[in-house]
Design a protein around this ligand. Structure first.
Ligand code: SF4
Length: 291
């Protein structure tokens, strides 16, 4: 070796030998890996970054073949926790009659309740009765509801519903599902909101975007079609809970179980929830529990 040259020390990483160095895993992760290796993955279940469970929470095992997401005990526990979280929630759309609620619900499509609540007080001051709406053309209504989006279709639906209610139902919003479904712009979701929130009739479960997403995350359904989701929920939730359950899930969807980044670490349903897109988990993740 020429004078003055000092041989290089081997790098600690071993990169000169193309050898990777494995970093020691934290003890919790190492234990989890050993456990997974020993048991193998259950079908449809891929355990994912299980953080240490907070004190007082027991890590339930759901990898067994006997796990049933719609078992009555599990559903009852979800309902119990929702009752604790949201004991007396109601519809967030401002209204003082069945007609006002119907209009507000039609206007809320592809919009937010807050946005609709900004529009409706002035709207109902200007047109205080169903008859006043029935006397309008859709074009006359449009400027009043423009800020809620899709205002041309919404105007047609509101004016059309008002005309039909005046012509066929004596100016009164009907309190039956079949009759409500004859009104322009009214499908099961809107009809269920009016029946449940105003008439206190549990004819079905409201399936909006929040109920759709969270019912799937909680594995209360595997369906994607709102009508089928509603059927699934009606089978497993007691009828006397249908109205409140929808409100609770809608509030949960706004506050914690938001679409893109659910706040799982703050959610008291967390150790019952195995959703694939959880942001934090103390339990196994189920790949089929997707939003
Ligand atoms: S744990 Fe997360 S994904 Fe599950 S219900 Fe709560 S917020 Fe939603």
């Amino acid at each position: 070796m020429p004078r003055g040259m000092v041989p290089r020390k081997p790098a600690r990483t071993g990169r000169q030998d193309k050898v990777g160095v494995r970093r020691a895993l934290p003890p919790a992760k190492a234990a989890e890996r050993r456990k997974n290796a020993a048991h193998g993955a259950s079908p449809g279940v891929s355990p994912r970054r299980a953080e240490p469970a907070p004190k007082g929470r027991k890590k339930p095992s759901t990898g067994s073949a006997s796990y049933n997401p719609v078992a009555p005990d599990r559903v009852a526990e979800i309902l119990r926790r929702l009752d604790q979280l949201y004991p007396s929630v109601t519809c967030a759309l401002t209204h003082s009659s069945a007609w006002e609620l119907l209009v507000a619900k039609i206007l809320s499509a592809q919009s937010t309740d807050a946005n609709v609540n900004r529009v409706t007080p002035e709207l109902f001051r200007k047109y205080p009765t169903v008859e006043a709406f029935a006397a309008l053309t859709p074009e006359q209504l449009e400027p009043n509801v423009r800020s809620t989006g899709f205002f041309r279709n919404k105007s047609k639906s509101v004016v059309g519903a008002a005309k039909k209610i005046v012509a066929d139902y004596g100016g009164q919003v009907p309190d039956e599902m079949e009759k409500l479904l004859t009104l322009p712009g009214v499908a099961r979701k809107t009809a269920n909101v009016v029946l449940g929130s105003w008439f206190k009739k549990a004819d079905g479960v409201v399936v909006d975007t929040h109920v759709h997403r969270i019912s799937r995350r909680l594995e209360l359904t595997t369906e994607n079609d709102p009508r089928k989701i509603e059927q699934d929920l009606m089978k497993i939730i007691p009828r006397e809970k249908w109205i409140l359950f929808s409100h609770q899930i809608i509030w949960h969807g706004r506050k914690l179980c938001i679409a893109r980044k659910p706040k799982c670490a703050d959610c008291s349903l967390e150790n019952l929830c195995h959703a694939a897109d959880k942001t934090w988990s103390t339990v196994d993740i189920h790949e089929n529990a997707k939003a």
